[in-house]
Design a protein around this ligand. Structure first.
Ligand code: LER
Ligand code: MN
Length: 272
């Protein structure tokens, strides 16, 4: 299992030189504390000089584990489940940009918060149907570029549908695309899944999983709360999981401290 952590590049405000310099600094720091890669949360990937990013990541022998897309919903209001067709189309257009970028840097694209939330003009049934038709288009885009999409079940306080793993797997099966895989986030598991059955259930579905997010039950660094990371990660290790586990937490007291402490704690767990 490889280890990464989420960061942004501030591609909206920064110049190409600033983006490259920051990315290079991030790679150098993370490499020095035993990370294998970085997950990038981006708003406009097309603004980034992908050739320079590739050169920097290769010079550190580093990977970009996944691309986060949730800011498209938060900043632009575009979402895959929206009742307005133009807004859905805009979200799909943005996914195309993310997929192009991911193709260039050999990464994967997350389908999480970009599903959106429904408002008073819609309802749960309509939202699900909109998500399904949008996701079908996203799958075709991903298939044409050979990029994996990572569908993330997200807790009910942040999003209205596909909160649980089983609902998400049902959707993945229905989509029938080899390019649509599952992203599991320990924080959402803690909030949504039945603690009595979750470990047995996870053993059954490891083949669907192609990315993992790690945060403790307070959404702080792993090891600061009571989520059982040893049991969780060992299920995937025993199943021969070779993809990334990525730290996605509140970065307090600081990004640097969360990164170092999480790496130390998780490397210890993964060894034992
Ligand atoms: C995104 O990966 C996620 O987990 C959401 O809860 C947004 O933070
Ligand atoms: Mn997540």
């Amino acid at each position: 299992m490889k280890l990464s952590i989420v960061s942004g590049l501030n591609e909206i405000r920064n110049t190409q030189d600033e983006i490259s310099k920051n990315f290079s600094k991030l790679c150098e720091f993370l490499k020095s504390i035993n990370y294998d890669g970085i997950e990038l949360s981006l708003l406009e990937p097309e603004k980034i000089d992908v050739k320079r990013i590739n050169e920097i990541k290769d010079s550190y022998d580093f990977e970009i584990s996944a691309i986060g897309t949730g800011s498209t919903y938060i900043r632009f209001g575009y979402s895959l489940g929206h009742q307005n067709e133009d807004i859905r189309k805009n979200a799909i257009k943005r996914i195309k940009e993310y997929v192009n970028f991911a193709h260039e840097i050999q990464s994967k694209v997350i389908i999480g918060l970009i599903r959106g939330r429904f408002n008073f003009e819609s309802n749960s049934k309509k939202e699900k149907s909109n998500i399904k038709s949008s996701l079908k288009e996203c799958c075709r885009i991903a298939e044409n570029s050979g990029v994996i999409l990572l569908f993330e079940p997200i807790n009910r306080f942040e999003i209205d549908s596909y909160n649980t793993i089983s609902e998400s797997i049902e959707l993945i099966n229905e989509m029938g695309s080899g390019n649509l895989k599952l992203l599991l986030d320990s924080y959402h598991i803690h909030l949504e899944e039945d603690p009595g059955f979750i470990w047995d259930y996870l053993e059954e579905i490891t083949d669907y999983v192609s990315h993992i997010h790690l945060a403790d039950c307070t959404r702080r660094a792993p090891g600061t709360g009571h989520f059982d990371f040893r049991t969780f990660l060992n299920i995937f290790n025993s199943a021969g999981y070779k993809d990334f586990a990525s730290i996605e937490t509140i970065m307090k007291p600081s990004f640097e401290e969360v990164a170092s402490e999480s790496s130390e704690y998780l490397r210890l767990i993964l060894k034992s």
